[in-house]
Design a protein around this ligand. Structure first.
Ligand code: IVH
Length: 764
């Protein structure tokens, strides 16, 4: 044990500024070492009492000299994170994902696309790295002056969670960067994958089994569960690991190539996967992929593919990004795996927009390490053996209940029924009859002309649609109400505690009054009785927490649960109830884009919701326009369809939603419950001479391809158009320019040569 004489330390009140500064440095060092010794090495060198005393002293000094508080202050680092969860942190550089490809052919296509974008010939040298795609969860580690000050999860890519205390317990993560030639950067955010080895995973599940705890499904889930622990001591026990492979914010260039960056990470003290290789062309990539694929069964950790990255960082910059993925990298996933099994039953699920989706219930079968019991059958035509145009697929073979089928699984995507062996079919089997009525509410289910989807026409009278919409409403990219998961939404709906979004916000008051249910037992039961009354009774029994439907007991429990505060109910308890109500209350202030997305309007995804929010700024402006817009054509309609990313199909879906009385009333009641609808910030205005300008490229460009020129102009905030009009601000004309150039001259639009354009935007 290190000897620390607490008695000898000066009283905090007596410290000079200089002494305080020196002592804070000493405390940060010793407390961080103590944490590591305790959490990571399980070999503490000071007693708990000494540790607590030093921590208190550190706090007291910081309270006296707040401006001396260090970025790596021990008071911020270890210690219980707030009980409500983890602090949110915004990523300075968004954490994007990769496009997936599944065959060798697509690797060549990727290489072609890269060359085409850059205007390089097919045989020009082009280096790539090939790195195993570790199947864990990505983690961003920020180092300031070489010290680890922040560990953040990916979250939604823009905002993650602060898991610093937990990251600090991971042995592969250095607390301090090793200097390279005596130097550490002021700022470096190292990104990589946090994962668990197979050996640790099996041992962990073994221990959990002994204690009767729920088992983790796979090492990735185990790693995610272990990293998101409120008590870092638990994370420390789980023995997580980390491979570095990318970076975010940085104060100085990290390297000139990806390959060099990996070597630097290693020199700074990180683990870098040894299977990462430098490749010189597409054939190399394909070869390397198969080498890694062959190694896969021998590795002690999961990988789900190989990531290819353009090696040169300068070329990566030129290639840039699409909306959520880089052009300079791609993930070649391992080929899908298949297995044959029996299809026992076809069930129909009703989605948020009423789409009837057939699901195959299978005799469980192991496909590439995952047990599969359900698979999608896409739609009615797919089951019947034809495509959307009526042409035969699978040689026209239909799929029936009781068939022997081939199931296919690729990565994380939902398994599919890919084929059927009709030689194993029983002679008395019958073709599957796709329902023409919604199984959840009994309303007619119809197909729009040209669509392969059959939809329930029940709208808001269909319990399945209502529940799916509520689930969408509380989901992470929408209102993100932690504590209301799918199970709870289903239960609360069946019990009639929540029937529409506004009810979520009045739940706490009704809970206090002891009147949560909005309907009588009979009304609630009849509401969920669709095609199958027995199923409805079963769901009701489940919702009240009983196994069987006892005609007396279930209604009695229904009343009792409505009266009993959530805090006193099975599965809840005081803390969970408080946290839920707190989470709900916090969402009375909501950004406009989330609100629009949460409404669950058909075709309106996250990107469109953001575009709409940025265009309208306020809910009032959005509401005014969408309630007045007329698809037959008027000024509001024109405004709507002119928004980037909003076409007539989406605009019509929005307008129709607000025209339906019932839906509009539901939206109004929701908005009444909100305190503030927060304006969405437009993306930081790009500070460039061409921001907001409309540009047309014409003729031959000599320094870059059209695609690159367009991408660069857009990255600088310009709009690129194909035709010259009075709205055009600038025409960039290369050799061979013809009619567009003439038109620009006629209209008096400014014309630049490619070189003048490059000078304007600051070179290649
Ligand atoms: S690079 C801009 N390299 O795969 C892309 N990702 O689908 C930055 N992953 O979120 C990612 N191994 O969690 C990269 N060698 C590797 C990787 C890797 C695993 C994960 C990562 C990322 C996801 C992308």
């Amino acid at each position: 044990m290190e000897k620390i004489d607490l008695e000898k330390l000066k009283p905090v009140e007596a410290l000079t500024r200089e002494e305080a500064k020196a002592e804070l440095a000493w405390l940060a060092d010793i407390l961080n070492r103590a944490n590591r010794a305790y959490y990571t090495n399980a070999a503490p060198f000071m007693s708990d009492a000494e540790y607590d005393a030093l921590k208190l002293r550190n706090k007291a000094i910081e309270a006296r000299f707040p401006d001396l508080k260090r970025p790596d202050s021990p008071s911020d680092i270890v210690g219980a994170p707030p009980a409500s969860g983890f602090r949110k942190v915004e990523h300075k550089v968004p954490m994007l994902s990769l496009e997936d490809i599944f065959d060798d052919e697509s690797v060549h296509e990727f290489d072609h696309a890269v060359r085409k974008f850059l205007g390089l010939s097919p045989d020009a040298p082009m280096d790539y790295t090939a790195e195993p795609k570790i199947d864990g969860l990505s983690l961003a580690l920020t180092y300031e002056k070489g010290r680890l000050v922040l560990g953040a999860t990916r979250g939604d890519g823009r905002v993650g969670e602060d898991v610093t205390a937990n990251a600090m317990t991971i042995r592969d993560i250095p607390h301090r960067l090793k200097p390279i030639n005596g130097h550490v950067p002021d700022l470096l955010e190292v990104r990589g994958e946090c994962y668990m080895t197979h050996q640790d995973f099996f041992a962990l599940n073994e221990r959990r089994k002994e204690r009767g705890e729920k088992l983790f499904a796979n090492p990735r889930n185990a790693a995610a569960g272990s990293l998101r622990q409120l008590d870092p001591r638990i994370t420390a026990e789980r023995n997580l690991r980390f491979f570095a492979y990318a970076w975010g914010a940085h104060s100085e260039p990290v390297a000139e190539s990806q390959h060099e960056a990996l070597q630097r990470f290693r020199a700074h003290g990180f683990k870098v996967n040894i299977l990462s290789e430098l490749c010189h062309n597409a054939e190399d990539l394909v070869r390397e992929f198969h080498v890694i694929e062959d190694m896969r069964p021998t590795l002690d950790y999961d990988i789900d593919g190989v990531v290819f990255k353009v090696n040169s960082i300068a070329l990566q910059h030129r290639l840039g990004y699409r909306s959520t993925t880089p052009r300079w990298a791609i993930a070649r996933k391992f080929s899908p795996v298949e297995a044959w099994t029996w299809l026992s039953k076809i069930d129909i699920q009703v989605g948020r927009t009423g789409a009837l989706s057939p699901v195959a219930r299978l005799k469980p079968v192991n496909i590439g390490g995952v047990v599969v019991a359900n698979a999608t059958l896409h739609n009615e035509d797919y089951i019947a053996g034809r495509d959307s145009k009526g042409n035969p697929i699978r040689g026209g073979r239909d799929i029936r209940e009781g068939d022997w089928v081939k199931v296919y699984r690729a990565g994380d995507v939902i398994p599919k029924v890919a084929d059927v062996d009709i030689s194993k079919r029983k002679p008395d089997s019958k073709p599957y009859q796709f329902p023409h009525f919604c199984p959840a509410c009994g309303a007619p289910a119809v197909r729009e002309p040209g669509s392969s989807v059959r939809r329930c026409t029940g709208g808001l009278s269909c319990p399945a649609q209502v529940i799916e919409r509520l689930i969408h409403f509380v989901s992470r990219p929408a209102f993100d109400i932690v504590g209301l998961g799918e199970k709870q939404v289903e239960q609360f709906y069946v019990l009639s505690w929540i029937s529409e979004p506004a009810d979520i916000f009045t739940l706490e008051a009704r809970d206090r009054e002891g009147r949560k249910a909005r309907l009588t037992f009979e009304e609630a039961l009849s509401r969920i009785t669709g095609a199958d009354p027995a199923e409805a009774k079963l769901r009701m029994a489940r919702a009240v927490g009983l196994k069987g439907f006892d005609p007396d007991e279930v209604p009695r429990r229904f009343e009792e649960l409505s009266r009993t505060p959530l805090a006193a109910q099975y599965g809840w308890g005081e803390t969970s109830a408080r946290n839920l109500f707190r989470a709900i209350a916090a969402r009375r202030r909501i950004p406009l884009d989330r609100l629009i997305f949460a409404l669950g309007i058909r075709h309106v995804g996250q990107v469109a919701a953001t575009m709409l929010a940025r265009h309208f700024h306020s809910w009032q402006a959005f509401y005014r326009t969408v309630t007045r817009a007329d698809p037959e054509g008027n000024a509001e309609w024109e405004e709507l369809v002119a928004i980037d990313g909003v076409g007539p199909v989406m605009a019509e879906a929005i307008v129709l939603t607000f025209r339906r009385e019932k839906e509009r009333a539901i939206i109004d009641r929701l908005v009444d419950q909100l305190e503030e609808i927060i304006e969405v910030e437009a993306p930081a205005p790009v500070d460039s001479p061409v921001a907001g300008r409309t540009i047309v490229f014409t003729g031959t460009l000599e320094h870059m391809t059209r695609a690159e020129a367009k991408a660069r102009a857009e990255a600088l905030g310009a709009k690129v158009s194909n035709s010259v009009s009075s709205k055009t601000d600038l025409v960039v004309a290369g050799p061979g320019a013809g009619s567009k150039l003439r038109k620009a001259q006629e209209l008096g639009v400014k014309v630049l040569s490619e070189q003048e354009w490059l000078d304007l935007i600051g070179g290649v």
